[in-house]
Design a protein around this ligand. Structure first.
Ligand SMILES: [Ca+2]
Ligand SMILES: [Ca+2]
Length: 372
């Protein structure tokens, strides 16, 4: 009977993959015609003299054959100024956009007609987070409302890129295009954490500052193209942290054996271990963890499975296997080190790209990994 103590420190956190890019909207049609959105919502602040008009731009285009011409008009209808905006929401009641694999939002813009009120009007790109409200919420007043601030509406015409970090940077966000801030001006408090895996909507707002000046309008036009998410974010997936099995692991068990947390048996004296025991008379045993599907595509060629193991010499070869939600799997053999495990803590790191090559022709889906 073998007894193995494992401390899983499975960390998908090494290196960067700069090429990672997800084209969210190429603007080959205007948002109103894009089936990837619920019907876009156009708002004019507190007065119907503030509004946005969308048209398809086919002359001034950065990517593909069209872009989104966003013509705006705002009025200082309130004591704090005024705004107009477009909100695009996920079309599926029970789904959200998961942006957690990415580091930056990217969008190209061409400020075709600069603001008629220089230095007083700015763009706000917004994320609507439903982490703590019903997943079918499509009301910006009922979600966690994350603002960013883009000071681009006075620029001369020409193509430029906004690269906006997908980070909560607090009030510093007002310095411009450096991250997001839940200002509290709108929406709910929720968990007050920017949950990139729970984004139900995205908004493009134009805001004009105080004081109130009713009846006077300011205008401009900006062309957007190629809204993307770029840069791969480190995604540590920790299956056992030396104390507990984290809650994202939905079930765990051992074939032909047992698996459980063993107090005080970790690599560090005050830590716990994960004890895996082969049942008497069994020729093999396997332990399995199943978890919420994970999007690992952008990290798969960069990262590693890492763990510490303490086991008797003669434990022999381990096989690590990942499964996807479609029933495909990939495997890799881990040979016992020369001299054996020798009942001392041994660190193992297996590059995921090596696992990928074990089964040639595998259609393994690294975008939906749910089992190890
Ligand atoms: Ca385009
Ligand atoms: Ca949240």
């Amino acid at each position: 009977m073998y007894k193995l103590f494992l401390t899983f420190l499975c960390v998908f956190a090494i290196g960067q993959l700069a090429q990672a890019q997800f084209v969210f909207d190429p603007f080959e049609v205007i948002p109103d015609s894009n089936p990837n959105y619920y019907q876009p919502v156009y708002y004019g602040g507190v007065s119907d003299s503030s509004y946005i008009t969308s048209t398809l731009e086919t002359s001034i285009v950065h990517d593909g054959s069209a872009a989104w011409r966003y013509a705006w008009q705002v009025e200082r209808a309130a004591s704090w100024g005024g705004y107009a905006k477009v909100e695009m929401w996920h079309p599926d009641d029970n789904a959200v956009w998961n942006l957690s694999a990415f580091q930056n939002l990217s969008i190209w813009y061409y400020n075709a007609v600069p603001s008629t009120d220089p230095s007083r009007v700015h763009l706000r790109i917004e994320l609507y987070d439903v982490s703590d409200v019903p997943i079918n919420t499509r009301d910006a007043g009922q979600v966690e409302f994350w603002y960013s601030f883009e000071y681009v509406l006075d620029q001369a015409p020409g193509w430029n890129e906004i690269v906006l970090p997908l980070e909560d940077v607090g009030p510093a966000a007002t310095q411009g295009s450096n991250g997001f801030w839940r200002t509290g001006w709108a929406g709910v408090t929720g968990n007050n954490t920017l949950d990139l895996n729970m984004i139900k909507g995205i908004g493009f707002e134009v805001s004009i500052d105080a004081p109130q000046v009713p009846g006077v309008y300011h205008t401009g036009q900006i062309i957007f193209d190629q809204l993307s998410f770029k840069g791969s974010r480190p995604l540590p997936l920790i299956f056992f942290n030396g104390k507990v099995i984290p809650s994202f692991v939905k079930s765990y068990f051992a074939w032909n054996g047992s698996l459980g947390v063993e107090p005080g048996m970790g690599r560090i004296p005050e830590h716990n271990g994960l004890k895996w025991v082969q049942s008497p008379g069994q020729g093999w045993t396997g332990n399995v963890m199943e978890f919420d599907p994970q999007y690992l595509s952008y990290r798969w060629m960069e990262d590693s499975l890492k763990f510490w193991i303490k086991a008797p010499t003669g434990t022999s070869t381990l096989r690590v296997q990942f499964g996807d939600i479609h029933g495909n799997s990939v495997k890799e053999l881990i040979n016992e080190p020369p001299g054996g495990y020798n009942d001392t803590w041994t660190f193992i790191a297996v590059p995921l790209r090596d696992i990928d090559t074990y089964e040639s022709g595998s259609s393994f889906d690294t975008a939906a990994v749910f089992e190890i």
